[in-house]
Design a protein around this ligand. Structure first.
Ligand code: PMP
Length: 381
């Protein structure tokens, strides 16, 4: 039998068999009382998961649409918005917001570093911002923003809606909307939830929903909170056809998450990330994100001297592991290893072993087992 291929990119992530089975079910009418009951249950579970005092919207689309949905429902043309960017996905908000006629200010860090919270505070005190966006984990840099600390600062600015992009974080990094003062949290189905791509999930707290009401009619139609609110309150109603099978799949993924326990899941991610990062450092890779701001969902690893990106990734793929390349200025200098969702300790051990075999084949490594040894020691602590 041929070896399995491990998909260790930062999304889409592996989908559990039971979740795949939900996508293979015969599609039913969205008005089928059994589906309505499932959808309703999912909505309730998701609200509890992120501790919101508002609503959650589960809509067919991707993370980018969720970003747009978040911004469109809490701002209007001419408003000021502050974008905190730790990389490619933080920057994605710039064009998105400019197209909506928002006055955009950007606080960007050098890749791998985090914008200091004091700088965010200073900027917010300069003018009235309708909203601020923070990317919880920027997938391009592996920098994890201190969302709770930023939330504390934002509490001083009651007119500012706090939007958090959780696409590469939700269900793995701690997120508590009421506790952290997050007004809008958004994600996609294909990362730490472990569902195929295709669903946008947007939580909106009370303050965000009030802002939406104040705006009156907004230019956007499909992503308007007001259009979806009646459906999220009663999924028997119709606005636009729900992605029936993906909703079942997400429901199964939430069951898996709750069976593990959200806190236990976060702890597992933290432990595996720390051990993986120690192992990769022992093999000569450098982690792009500075210490204290490293994501638990993926590692952004800069190659040791003399390792060619394409040669490395092609050989690694022959050894059975798919990883992602670097973005922006780090294309060719770095690779990205996902370790979120259903990727567990066993996958990580296998991936590190395959990386060692790859380096060995490229003549860059002699001590086979070194990285795996470091990983296992860290895991046993
Ligand atoms: N934000 C972050 C942090 C992401 O990692 C991604 C996708 N990698 C997106 C937004 C965009 O999501 P999508 O590709 O599902 O549109």
């Amino acid at each position: 039998m041929k070896n399995r291929k491990l998909v260790m990119i930062p999304g889409p992530t592996p989908v559990a068999r039971s979740t795949q089975n939900e996508m293979g079910r015969e599609t039913t009418a969205f008005g089928d009382p059994l589906f309505v009951k499932d959808f309703k249950g999912l909505i309730e579970d998701l609200k509890v998961m992120m501790n919101t005092d508002g609503e959650v919207f589960v809509v067919a689309g991707t993370g980018t649409m969720a970003m747009e949905m978040a911004v469109a429902n809490v701002t209007k043309r001419g408003d000021n918005i502050l974008l905190v960017s730790h990389g490619f996905f933080g920057d994605r908000f710039i064009d998105l917001c400019q197209r909506k006629g928002l006055n955009v200010d950007v606080l960007a860090s050098e890749w791998g570093k985090a914008v200091p919270v004091e700088e965010i505070d200073r900027k917010l005190s300069e003018k009235n911002y309708a909203a601020i966006t923070v990317t919880h984990v920027d997938t391009a840099t592996g920098v994890c923003a201190p969302v709770a600390e930023i939330g504390e600062v934002i509490r001083k600015y009651p007119d500012t809606i706090y939007i958090v992009d959780g696409v590469c974080a939700s269900a793995a990094e701690p997120e508590d909307m009421v506790g952290m003062g997050i007004d809008v949290l958004l994600t996609g189905s294909q990362k730490a939830f472990g569902v195929s791509p295709g669903l946008a999930i947007v939580w909106a707290g009370k303050k965000a929903l009030e802002r939406r009401k104040q705006l009156g009619t907004i230019p956007e139609f499909y992503i308007d909170f007001e259009k979806w609110l009646p459906i999220m309150e009663n999924p028997a109603k119709y606005f636009a056809t729900p992605a029936v099978n993906l909703i079942w799949a997400l429901k199964d993924a939430v069951r898996i998450i709750n069976e593990e326990g959200l806190k236990e899941r976060q702890d597992r991610h933290r432990k595996v990330a720390k051990a993986t990062q120690a192992a990769m450092e022992s093999l000569g890779f450098r982690i792009l994100a500075e210490e204290g701001f490293r994501a638990v969902t993926l590692s952004n690893l800069i190659y040791p001297e003399g390792v060619d990106d394409l040669e490395f990734r092609n050989t690694l793929s022959e050894e059975g592991v798919f990883v992602a390349g670097g973005l922006g200025a780090y294309a060719g200098r770095m690779f990205r290893l996902g370790h979120m969702g259903n990727i567990d300790m066993h996958d990580s051990v296998s991936a590190i072993a395959a990386i060692e075999r790859t380096l060995y084949r490229l003549g860059k490594h002699t001590e086979l087992g070194k990285g795996v040894g470091v990983f296992m020691k860290e895991m046993m602590e």
